[in-house]
Design a binder for this molecule. Structure first.
Ligand SMILES: Cc1ncc(COP(=O)(O)O)c(C=O)c1O
Length: 427
């Protein structure tokens, strides 16, 4: 029998194989008794079962409307939902649809906001191009950059998000090295960042837009504002979007999702695109899927029109507020006496970022990860996944309060503290 030759995968496919997500999922499957403070999933108990049932019944109850919804849509997405996005977004921007200065043509509907992140990478980067990112940042986006061969360069970040002075210095440094021409994008998760829970301070939002304009020399330097958690605010300051500081609408690509506020299963996200990106996005998306799930977009349009969306989001926020508080209370209770452990207090989103002493690494291959999963039945996301390769820090953990109820969060935090004490005592 002749041997079948090996499959020759593309460079792109090989670059896409970071595997961190798969490893985490596998750990979850192999250790079903483990409490997951790792999963970034939304709380199953707050999913909008009744509201979705009601609106789907209404949508599909009329034969001709059902046929329309079950047909292909268009590449940029359902006009029904894109029209609804205008008042929706205007409310977030604390203005009116008229004042917003947008039309439905400026909006693209995507398969989750993840597709918009990937399309942005496709539209802007050739291998070797540069994206400036916060440290830490959303690790799945780092994977998307890697897949297109883009280089992620970290910019110093603190409790108020990316530091504009450091951004300026990084850009000056790259200019000096002759690499400014390769810098295409600054990526920012502007609200309750995954993983750190921090939000970019208002004055920094304004300054970073100014910097993007100032450093647009041979070509336009873009900002990708990922506002995935914007609606999940529990307390604290209300931040204007970065997009709102870009008066001429040329520098900011804005994206948001209904995954966290409504349901990740409907996979509806949206983007607001500067004029020059509309066609490239449409061309790339056309090759990819010529339109995200039409029925799901129609469902979201109906949900927004029903007037019940706001009430649902308030219920979701109440539930996460209680769980955020449970995690922070457990952190106080179990971690305060462990030397060198600190954590952020998020005002929204799904994550608490915890830092350990530098001599306690947290990675998949660390003693702590093994101790936590194998002997204390608790799992977290190792912080090192969330740093670009140029500035990896190994002593952090992303803890999510998304999935578990408050009593299980408390239990997981107690177990995690026990695991850390074991490792700390061996150093
Ligand atoms: C910061 C951030 N951006 C984007 C996404 C993508 O979410 P989706 O594709 O479900 O909209 C996520 C998901 O967790 C996220 O945390």
């Amino acid at each position: 029998m002749t041997a079948i030759p090996g499959l020759q995968l593309s460079n792109r496919s090989q670059r896409a194989s970071r595997g961190a997500i798969s490893f985490l999922m596998q750990q979850g499957v192999e250790n079903p008794g483990v409490l997951s403070l790792a999963a970034g999933l939304v709380d199953p108990s707050t999913l909008p079962v009744e509201l979705a049932q009601q609106q789907l019944t209404e949508l599909l109850g009329d034969d001709s409307r059902a046929r329309e919804c079950l047909q292909y849509g268009t590449t940029p997405g359902s006009e029904h939902l894109r029209q609804e996005m205008l008042p929706f977004f205007a409310t977030l921007e604390k203005t009116t649809s008229e004042e917003l200065g947008l039309s439905s043509d400026d909006i693209v509907l995507t398969t989750g906001s993840q597709q918009l992140l990937a399309l942005t990478c496709d539209a802007l980067f050739d291998p070797g191009d540069i994206c400036l990112v916060a440290a830490p940042t959303y690790f799945v986006f780092l994977g998307a950059l890697e897949a297109v061969g883009a280089r992620a360069i970290s910019v110093k970040t603190d409790g108020d998000g990316m530091c504009p002075e450091a951004l300026n210095e990084t850009l000056a440094d790259l200019e000096q090295k002759g690499e400014l021409g390769r810098v295409k994008l600054i990526y920012l998760v502007s609200y309750y960042e995954n993983p750190s829970g921090v939000s970019l301070a208002t004055d920094r939002r304004k300054r970073i837009v100014e910097l993007a304009k100032e450093w647009s020399k041979s070509h336009r330097l873009m900002i990708l504002e990922d506002a995935a958690y914007r609606e999940l605010q529990y307390d604290g300051e209300v931040y204007p979007s970065i997009w709102s500081f870009d008066a001429d609408r040329q520098h900011v690509i804005y994206t948001q999702t209904f995954s966290k506020s409504f349901s990740p299963g409907v996979r509806v996200g949206f983007g607001i695109l500067p004029e020059e990106l509309k066609k490239p996005f449409s061309d790339l998306k056309g090759n990819d899927d010529f339109g995200s799930a039409h029925l799901n977009q129609r469902l979201m349009a109906n949900v927004l029109l029903s007037g019940q969306y706001g009430e649902h989001v308030n219920q979701v926020k109440d539930s996460y507020t209680a769980k955020r508080d449970a995690m922070l209370a457990a952190a106080d209770k179990y971690f305060s006496d462990i030397e060198g452990v600190t954590w952020e207090h998020p005002h929204g989103g799904l994550y608490v970022w915890m830092s350990l002493p530098e001599n306690i690494p947290t990675g998949f291959d660390s003693r702590l990860f093994e101790e936590a999963v194998q002997r204390h039945n608790v799992m977290y996301v190792p912080g090192e996944l969330c740093f670009a390769a140029d500035a990896v820090e190994r002593n952090h953990m992303r803890l999510s309060y998304g999935m578990l109820p408050p009593d299980r969060i408390d239990e997981g935090m107690r177990s995690l503290a026990d695991a850390i004490r074991v490792i700390a005592s061996q150093i």
